[in-house]
Design a protein around this ligand. Structure first.
Ligand SMILES: C[S@@+](CC[C@H](N)C(=O)[O-])C[C@H]1O[C@@H](n2cnc3c(N)ncnc32)[C@H](O)[C@@H]1O
Length: 274
């Protein structure tokens, strides 16, 4: 059965609300995995990724130092890549983080853009926003703010952002075309997108798509790379690059839609608002 956008938002919000409360640094317990809390247990039987391969695609090792961040922040890092390195931020820039979670990328960005720059993190899950706010107080950065909202309808002014970051979030959206339209709207001309995200070559079955624990675990919401690039192009983005982080020399943005079963990978995505 195909789920509605509201049902998908609800399933995703339930998962990340729970992880926000249970993860290290929260009042108790520990989270059940790394990126998106993904473990083999959320994978549908026909998705052929396991063990080390699963760990590798869902890992999010940063090039930049994270040692200055408290464990409350690093323990709630649920991304699948390193958009901070992709973004190559400059002092003074305004940065938007789509699906900011506990705030790890927003805090690293805030440090890099410095006091003359600022960072806005948007997330729909109240418990995540509460964690991000308490983490902000711990980190002591005042050039970052968190706003509640949907990435499909951003609470951000037109043409006001230099760089958009996102780490393992767009795959969770039921309407990726709307996410890219909104990203395009809020960027200033020449503004850039630097995104880590899960993607596939080939399509998931309707049954996999309906598996809400796999969707919320950043598996079956992932889109085929050709459709993902198509949604970016339709929104107006130029200079689109999409690579598998395990094979960064192979450009996939012009790849045709594949007919085989979905093969999942962790992607690095960059583009420009022309
Ligand atoms: C996998 S976590 C990643 C969090 C963070 N980017 C990180 O790397 O730790 C996904 C986050 O995106 C948020 N999210 C998912 N779908 C969203 C949507 N449609 N609109 C706003 N936030 C969303 C969730 O609430 C959650 O905090």
């Amino acid at each position: 059965m195909i789920q509605t956008s509201q049902q998908i938002h609800k399933a995703v919000q339930e998962r990340y609300g729970r992880l926000a409360v249970e993860s290290p640094g929260a009042s108790c317990c520990s989270s059940d995995g790394d990126c998106c809390g993904t473990t083999a247990s959320v994978l549908p039987a026909d998705v052929a990724v396991a063990g080390e391969a699963l760990d590798a695609i869902y890992s999010n090792l940063y090039t930049a130092d994270t040692g200055w961040l408290p464990t409350e922040v690093t323990g709630l890092s649920l991304g699948c890549g390193d958009p901070i390195t992709l973004a190559a931020l400059q002092p003074g820039q305004t940065v938007l983080d789509l699906g900011s979670g506990g705030g790890i990328d927003a805090f690293m960005a805030a440090r890099q853009v410095g006091p003359a720059g600022r960072v806005i993190g948007v997330d729909m899950t109240p418990q995540m926003l509460a964690r991000a706010e308490s983490n902000k107080a711990k980190v002591g950065l005042d050039n970052v703010e968190f706003r509640q909202g949907y990435i499909e309808a951003l609470p951000v002014a037109d043409g006001s952002v230099d760089v958009i970051l996102s780490n393992c979030v767009i795959n969770l959206s039921p309407d990726k075309a709307a996410v890219f339209r909104e990203a395009y709207r809020v960027l200033r001309p020449g503004g850039r997108l630097a995104v880590s995200d899960m993607m596939t070559r080939g399509l998931f079955t309707a049954e996999d798509r309906a598996n809400m624990s796999a969707w919320a675990g950043c598996v079956t919401g992932a889109e085929d790379v050709a459709l993902y690039a198509g949604a970016m192009r339709a929104a107006g983005f130029a200079d689109i690059s999409i690579v598998d982080k395990a094979q960064p020399d192979v450009e996939l943005a012009e790849q045709p839609l594949e007919s085989g079963p979905a093969q999942l990978f962790s992607a690095r995505v960059t583009a420009v608002k022309g």
